[in-house]
Design a protein around this ligand. Sequence first.
Ligand code: NAP
Length: 480
Amino acid sequence: MSTDSLSCMSKEVNPESVELCPLGTAAAPEQELLCIFGTGDLGRSLGQRLLQTGYRVVYGSRRPHSCGPLPQGAQVMSHAAAAQSASMVFICVHRVHYNFLEMLAPHLRGKVLVDVSNNLKKNLYQEANAEYLQRLVPGSHVVKGFNTLSAWTLQNGPSDANRQVYLCGNSAEAKQAVAEMATKLGFSVLDRGSLSAARELEDFPLQLFPEWRLPLKLAFGLTAFFFFYLLIRDVIYSYVEKKTDISFRIMVSLANKVFPIVSLIMLSLCYLPGIIAAVLQLYRGTKYRRFPDWLDRWMLCRKQLGLLALGFAFLHVLYTLIIPIRYYVRFKISASTISQIKENKTKEFDTTTAWRTDSYYAVGILGFGLYVLLGISSLPSVSNALSWREFNFIQSKLGYVTLFFCTFHTYLYGWDKFLRPSSYKWYTPSGYMLGLVVPSVVLVLKLLLLVPCVDRSLTRIRQGWERTQPDDDNKTTLLT
Ligand code: NAP
């Protein structure tokens, strides 16, 4: 079927047709007529967009005389009459109702049928909706597409975030015709191949943040663990051992301990899989063997891990900024001042503490600044404007610098507290000590990978060098 034949249109006036209003511009002879089956949400939005782009639209409906309000300029007819008048038909009907199309098969012979349908669940049916449609109407050319757009998007027109239309189908000409029409509507088209890809396209809209699941679970697990750990060590310990109720500290002090710990661990977990991959490559002496699935999955969600880590860092910053206005803090400062006045004593200025706290804040601010830079550069609009080398420099090199600053910030916070026996309440280490384990391990391993001889071997492996030649492998296999 040629594209020309697809664009042909009938100008017959059908007795069954109901014209909603004078066709106006739609009467221009050069305008292509497209048919939409179904006058529901998607059908209406699609029709409106097509009319705005300059197409003429005819609806095929079960109730041409009593269907709801339709876009101005559209016609509405019975299914059979509408199908006859256009060469491309959008099936904007749910799959469960497709059986009526079987009866219309003679009217749909040679036409391009665009299947826009989605399902409520994955694997609801054995065959994809588009394949089912092709089986019901074997003489037509089914193209799957537009199902990843919502009625709302179609009505409002494509935006940057919602520009792509995925297509698949067995007829190249039919796909070409749909692609041209989608391009005229302002979408960019991605050809996903033959109709066997339809199930994949139908599963797209059913995805629920697949890359976020693992990072969210991790963030939730870490937050819950550290919250209860610190609750026991701080609040319950105080209540049991000192008979003091400091439960009010749960809201700010405890939260402001949990957030930075979770943020630091999650940031280091963005870099740990890269290090494990490097160690695996060094051990195997090749980059041509697949990583285990869990490592692949972990690598694929690094961006989400990083963004969640940034979110926790933001919370830490906000909670830290409100410290001076807290009642508890203001009370402690004034109580200390009054006791100094009463005792007629002035505390000595401690230069070491001044250095330590200033360094702690300065390093924290630098770390947070770089953290934000990492987050910004991971936004598609920014990362698309960077070369691969620039992106790699920010995410990898500056990423490790960020991790170093944030880890150092935590070491400065701890300072010499780890030497004091009072830090080990009920023989447990402080939360920040636990939080330092993973980032310290990551930084040490990264330093080891940067040792010149190790770095050289890794670079060679990544350039395709193999310790064991593939032939040697074959010989070993044959011998065993
Ligand atoms: P809808 O609002 O329920 O409309 C479906 C239309 O199908 C009805 O208005 C009706 O039109 C027709 N219909 C209903 N029962 C029928 C039957 N027994 N036989 C023949 N036709 C029947 O649904 P929708 O939201 O427009 O969705 C339509 C299709 O687009 C679905 O497959 C959906 O998965 C897909 N989709 C929808 C969206 C969205 O945002 N809504 C997004 C992507 C994909 P008539 O009364 O005129 O015959």
